[in-house]
Design a protein. Structure first.
Lengths: 771, 251
């Protein structure tokens, strides 16, 4: 061992985030005290971020198998079969804390990291989506008492994140095709930046991160190693925020999308030579994770000499090199004797490619520095034998639960709701995200059939076949907070429903689980509940989880975010020509609500006041976040999904848009906004004495979608709906006149569609550029 | 008739241009690596969009020094047809094959959206199949598309009919000063594309290769590629090919 290093003490181990038990465990594994470099390796690999030590026991409950699944969790990304010999590779990952500390670079490297996860598997990334959550950027009932200073900071974070995402994706050349942007006070000091990437390749082109062949060379490729990002995974991602968090800026990595683009092309070209045996990107925990995980998966060891690692700074210690999270780097194992083929490809692209070690038989990750041993640890112990915790779980007491009944003051029957409707359209969560998404290149690669805002899901045609893929992300933190299990089920259902609205069949899912401090029993309870909710919903909707990530410690000054599971659902469409947008098509088309609940299921289909207290409406108009999310009926969701897929395949409907944030009224309005001049005339007659106009128009119960139908197709639509036991209720028609919604004969919302569109489309740019 | 699509490190619309020419317009097409010193016998060359060399220093500033640009320059000077799209346009400006420069978009933000451009002249091999004042719906996606040149240069461009595309309103009417809907990047004279005096080199910021299939939103960009094919068939750029400048000539 190098004897010039700092001698490790229990005190130093504690500063590295290792508990006394974890430290004792390292001593037991090694049979001695760890060296300083070894301590660094253990601390980062056993961090929450890398080891999933608090979540693993729960993640086991997720369904991960299905007819399409080729590779479930455990690799760099999930893989599903999409026919014609092709596979889709996709995953979602968080970059929350870095994006708070340094919004631009944090978001940029979040995109860069997830892209590497895709192409390290041999797939070319074809789309990115971002699910974003920020604190309020406008004042009002829903701002939760945010001060002007808070709002200015939230805008600054939003702006930096948007620019960072655009900076990386635009230059790399992958279309950013959508996602979500949600605003809640709980994300003010802990924004969520979840990036999803999707790639495709032929099945036989897949690569795995599993070392093979003792004696094979280990080759470092890509950018040089610097001191940036050291302990990004352990100290930044695996701890709560305090007032000093801004000082963690040096822990944030710096992204270079141009370098990543070169790395992409070089990696895919090198893979095609056949000389590459295994490959893994250097993401969180950099050289440490890539070397130990590849060795561990192959049941082998790896020996590397850090003196050969390309470095962009001088005097870096073994500790720093092993823990650096410099971006745009990969580690690969090549076939001995064919190194030259690999080097040639990387040199063609102007990239470093250096043999830094070899695969060994002894199962040890051995790190040398100029020949001197800096670390020698069983690879399996680092990668797989980290601590697992069954952390205490405690449901919050009933009194503390947000679910306590709060009465939302409802308007009198027949009252005009136009002003409230306008406020809802202007609410940043509901307002048009066009101002944001047009800063992203959403069209490069020319596969984007439906980009941001055009449909409920993004649709990407496949040049290799007639098929298309659809992609949607969803999550509802407010509902997760009110009822974590139910909220999680809704997240799955909404994402799947969105995919189905585009005409694609949901086939698989990826999840990003954003929670608070897992050492708090209430947070662990939320997590466990959410896992159960996701599991149940994914089983019923037949969307197995193929991967994702867990982000704990989303807390600042002891206050946790809403528990926010974000689901990314992938769909497959047999005929890209059947893809459906959300916007209405022609004047005179009929507007229908499809409702999966209408037949079968124990729940009544009519809207009730219970639907509204947890809604965007209650929050925006009354500042109320209370009650329970609407009940969910997964069988009804499944019926609706199957029905939507059948309707699209039959080309029976002209548009489909699910009913979610803002309820039926917002859904209809959004469908009008798709095409200049189109409007709608809606009339709703509800049965049942306890029904209220606001619950009917703004309630967010699931299993529903608004579709538009050419009059000649109505019979066919009714026939298909009946076949799937879905109720198809005609509520109005597409017009070119005033936008009007009548409830029980009284016009409760009316105005020119242009005025509503203006409110909806100008809200975000006004709020952000006001600074 | 063979098209070449130049690949610089950081080009990212190269495959899209290749797809438009090869799969949609169905013409022979091949990639030309930036270190190539010749154009592999191509009859027309496309400099595609992207971020060549990361657009570090300035868009197109490093790419213009690539070995292939010497060949492109010889080809262009000899009358060969060169189409620069987005980053390719920026590279042509840096290389001096077209006059003027790009500044950052007026709003200082990257913009990706469908825009309307009007065909201002049809007497080029890139617009021969279009009608004058035809309005094309074509997407833009750039951070630096705010075209600028000196008043004298602008006068010359106007006099020689070198302004081939202008950003306009959806009905084809001129964009008013400050109309960021119609002229999103604030280009001088709403200029979206220009050609050289000899009319064989064209640069434009919108992406015609992204508008060749109606299922992706618009097929209006096809007219550029169809014009090129018709132009080549009619002998445009023939002098460059006849004089053999596409072959590997030592500089």
């Amino acid at each position: 061992m190098i004897d010039t290093e700092i001698k490790v003490t229990p005190q130093i181990a504690a500063e590295h985030g290792l508990s006394p038990e974890e430290y004792a465990r390292t001593q037991k594994i090694l049979g001695r005290d760890p060296s300083f470099t070894e301590l660094g390796i253990f601390s980062v690999m056993w961090s929450e971020h890398c080891s999933y030590k608090s979540s693993r026991v729960h993640l086991k409950r997720l369904p991960t198998r299905g007819t399409h699944v080729v590779q479930g969790p455990g690799e760099n990304a999930g893989v599903v079969d999409i026919g014609d010999g092709m596979v889709a590779v996709f995953k979602i990952e968080s970059h929350n804390h870095p994006s708070f500390v340094e919004p631009f670079q944090g978001a940029a490297t979040g995109v860069g990291g997830i892209l590497r996860d895709i192409f390290t598997m041999g797939a070319r990334p074809i789309a990115v989506m971002d699910s974003l959550r920020f604190g309020p950027i406008t004042t009002g009932a829903s701002a939760g008492g945010a001060t002007a200073e808070d709002i200015a900071r939230n805008r600054h974070i939003l702006d930096g994140v948007i620019r960072g995402i655009g900076f990386y994706g635009n230059c790399f050349g992958v279309p950013t095709v959508g996602g979500e942007v949600v605003f809640e006070p709980c994300y003010a000091n802990n924004p969520l930046v979840n990036a999803l990437a999707l790639g495709i390749c032929r099945r036989e082109e897949l690569f795995f991160a599993k070392a093979r062949g003792a004696g094979n060379p280990v080759i470092y490729v890509g950018a040089k190693t610097g001191r940036d990002g050291i302990h990004g995974a352990s100290l930044l991602a695996s701890a709560e925020f305090s007032e000093e968090s801004q000082q963690k800026r040096p822990n944030v990595q710096m992204g270079d999308p141009f370098m990543e683009k070169l790395l992409l092309e070089a990696c895919l070209e090198a893979m095609r030579t056949g000389a590459v045996v295994a490959i893994q990107d250097m993401g969180a925990a950099g050289l440490t994770s890539s070397s130990s995980e590849m060795a561990s998966r192959g049941g082998l060891g790896i020996e590397i000499d850090l003196a050969r690692v390309p470095q962009r700074e001088t005097g870096m210690t073994p500790y720093e090199i092993m823990l650096s999270e410099s971006q745009e780097r990969m580690l690969l194992v090549a076939e001995r004797g064919r190194e030259r083929e690999v080097f040639d490809v990387f040199h063609k692209w102007g990239l470093d490619a250096v043999e830094i070690g070899r695969v060994t038989e002894d199962g040890i990750l051995r790190v040398l520095n100029h020949g001197e041993v800096a670390a020698a640890i069983p690879a399996h112990a680092i990668a797989e034998e980290g601590p697992r915790y069954e952390r205490p779980i405690a449901a919050p007491s009933v009194a503390a639960q947000a679910g306590a009944a709060v009465i939302v003051p409802l308007a009198a029957a027949g009252a005009d709701l136009t002003a409230n409707f306008s406020r809802l359209l202007a609410s940043p969560t509901i307002a048009s995200k066009h101002w944001i998404t047009e800063q992203y290149d959403s069209m490069v690669q020319t596969n984007t059939t439906f980009g941001p805002g055009a449909g409920d899901a993004a649709v990407l045609r496949l040049k290799e076949s007639k098929r298309a893929l659809a992609l949607a992300t969803d999550g509802n933190g407010r509902w997760g907070f009110l009822a974590p299990r139910l909220g999680a089920m809704h997240a799955v259902a909404e994402a799947a429903r969105n995919v189905a609205c585009s005409g694609a069949r949901p086939i698989a899912a990826t999840n990003c689980l954003n929670f608070g401090n897992p050492e708090k029993p209430e947070v662990m309870w939320q997590f466990s509940e959410a896992i159960d909710g996701i599991s149940e919903a994914c089983r019923v909707l037949e969307t197995p989880i193929t991967g994702g990530n867990v982000s704990f410690y989303n807390e600042t000054l002891g206050k946790a975010i809403y528990p926010t599971p974000v689901l990314g659902v992938l769909g497959l469409m047999e005929d890209a020509g059947c893809a459906l947008g959300a916007g209405f098509h022609s004047e005179g088309d009929l507007i229908l609500v499809l409702d999966g609940l209408a037949q079968g299921g124990g729940q009544k289909a009519a809207a009730s006041s219970a639907d509204i207290s947890s809604s965007e409406y209650a929050k925006t108009i009354h500042g109320i976040v209370a009650g329970l999310p609407p009940a969910i009926d997964l069988a009804a969701e499944k019926r609706l999904i199957d029905c939507l897929v059948a309707l699209a395949a039959d080309r029976a409907v002209r548009s489909a848009h699910d009913i979610s944030d803002g309820g039926l009224a917002v859904s209809v309005a959004e469908s009008c906004f798709g095409r200049d001049g189109l409007s709608a005339e809606i009339s709703i007659d509800a049965a049942g004495a306890e029904d209220f106009a606001e619950a009917a128009l703004f309630g967010e119960r699931g299993a529903r979608a608004v579709v538009s139908v050419a009059p000649a197709s109505l019979a066919r639509v009714n026939e298909i709906a009946a076949q799937y036991k879905v109720r198809a209720q005609r509520i109005g028609a597409v017009t070119r006149g005033e936008f009007r919604i009548q409830y029980r004969g009284a016009a409760v919302i009316q105005g020119s569609i242009e005025s509503f569109r203006r409110v909806w489309s100008e809200s975000l740019p006004k709020a952000i550029e006001a600074q | 008739m063979k098209f070449g699509v130049v690949q610089f490190p950081g080009s990212n619309c190269d495959a899209d241009a290749f797809h438009a020419v090869g799969a949609i317009v169905r013409q022979p097409v091949e990639f030309i690596w930036h270190q190539s010193e010749d154009l592999a016998g191509c009859d027309a060359v496309i400099l595609p969009g992207g971020f060549a060399f990361g657009d570090y220093l300035r868009t197109g500033a490093i790419a213009r020094f690539s070995p292939v640009m010497k060949a492109v320059e010889r080809f262009a000077r000899g009358g060969g047809l060169v189409l620069g799209i987005c980053n390719g346009f920026q590279i042509l400006l840096e290389a001096g094959l077209l006059p003027g420069a790009m500044m950052r978009n007026k709003g200082l933000r990257f913009l990706c959206r469908q825009v309307h451009i009007r065909v201002e002249a049809t007497d080029t091999p890139f617009t021969g199949s279009a009608t004058r004042c035809q309005v094309l719906e074509i997407p833009i996606a750039h951070m630096e598309g705010n075209y600028f040149c000196e008043p004298a240069t602008l006068g010359e461009l106007e006099r020689n009919n070198q302004i081939i595309f202008r950003y306009v309103r959806s009905d084809g009417a001129d964009a008013d000063e400050g109309d960021r809907e119609a002229n999103p990047n604030g280009s001088l004279g709403a200029i979206a594309g220009i050609c050289n005096r000899e009319r064989n080199v064209l640069g434009l910021m919108p992406h015609p290769e992204r508008a060749v299939e109606a299922s992706l939103g618009s097929a209006d960009g096809l007219v550029v590629f169809r014009s090129l094919v018709a132009g080549l068939a009619a002998g445009a750029g023939a002098s460059a090919r006849a004089s053999g400048v596409t072959a590997a000539v030592p500089a």
